[in-house]
Design a protein around this ligand. Structure first.
Ligand code: GLP
Length: 241
């Protein structure tokens, strides 16, 4: 595990963006996993801006997101599909067939989870996963307590997050929302992981995840066991490590 602490948020965003660009240049048919959220928005914008300024071939790059919401329309502005499409897949011009995402609506999510993994495997498996971290240590939508052997599945959502999604959508109360997420086992099978965090509010969980014991209580702590993992944080998130 290597640890990189950027001097500030701007440097963090640049460094994170260049990690993605470097992977694309190094392997023109790379399979790259992203995450949504505050941490990644600016880095996605920078990747798109670099590609606009210095165009290179992305026609064989595959993008996917580590997770997706279920039981609401894909067109919802907060769906991972829409965020990744608007922030990076669209601006880069990734061919639609190379943007691999599970559907948000399905009668059989178990089958969708398998299909999602099969589609990634058919392209040689994930090369890189940019991995955000939740304040409780979740990765993807794998909440504390999720077994490390868990394969891609639909997880219950964090209650605060679910409340926000319900406020922003017209999904009826009786519809159960969930988070389809790559399982911890699948995440760990990615060739390279980059765990990213910025901001003082992430300092405590980064400390626990990186310096504390490896435990299912802090799902992100599992990355300590990955043979090719970088922790990339800004100075505020890295203040305790
Ligand atoms: C959500 C996403 C995660 C992401 C996390 C961090 O839970 N499903 O994939 O890592 O948020 O979000 P933020 O960067 O906004 O703190």
């Amino acid at each position: 595990m290597t640890i990189t602490i950027a001097r500030n948020e701007q440097e963090f965003d640049q460094m994170a963006a260049w990690r993605i660009i470097a992977q694309m240049l190094e392997k023109p048919d790379a399979v790259i996993g992203l995450s949504t959220g505050q941490t990644t928005m600016e880095m996605h914008r920078i990747v798109s801006a670099i590609h606009t300024a210095y165009p290179f071939d992305v026609s064989r790059i595959t993008l996917f997101n580590v997770d997706e919401l279920t039981n609401l329309p894909r067109s919802y502005a907060g769906s991972c599909y829409t965020m990744i499409q608007n922030q990076i897949a669209g601006p880069l011009g990734i061919p639609p067939e190379n943007f691999i995402m599970p559907p948000t609506l399905s009668d059989d999510f178990e089958a969708e989870c398998l299909l999602f993994e099969q589609r990634l495997a058919s392209r040689g498996g994930a090369d890189l996963q940019m991995l955000g971290i939740g304040l409780n240590g979740h990765i993807g939508i794998n909440q504390p307590g999720t077994p490390f052997e868990r394969e891609t599945w639909v997880s219950p959502m964090d209650p605060d997050f679910e409340a926000r999604v319900r406020r922003e959508t017209q999904v009826p109360d009786h519809v159960v929302l969930g988070g389809l997420t790559r399982g911890i086992k699948n995440i760990m099978h990615t060739r390279k992981l980059i765990l990213i965090a910025k901001g003082a509010h992430k300092a405590e969980i980064i400390q626990k995840a990186i310096l504390g014991p490896v435990t299912t209580d802090i799902p992100a702590s599992v990355v300590q066991l990955h043979p090719n993992c970088e922790i990339l944080v800004d100075a505020a998130a890295g203040a305790r490590i």
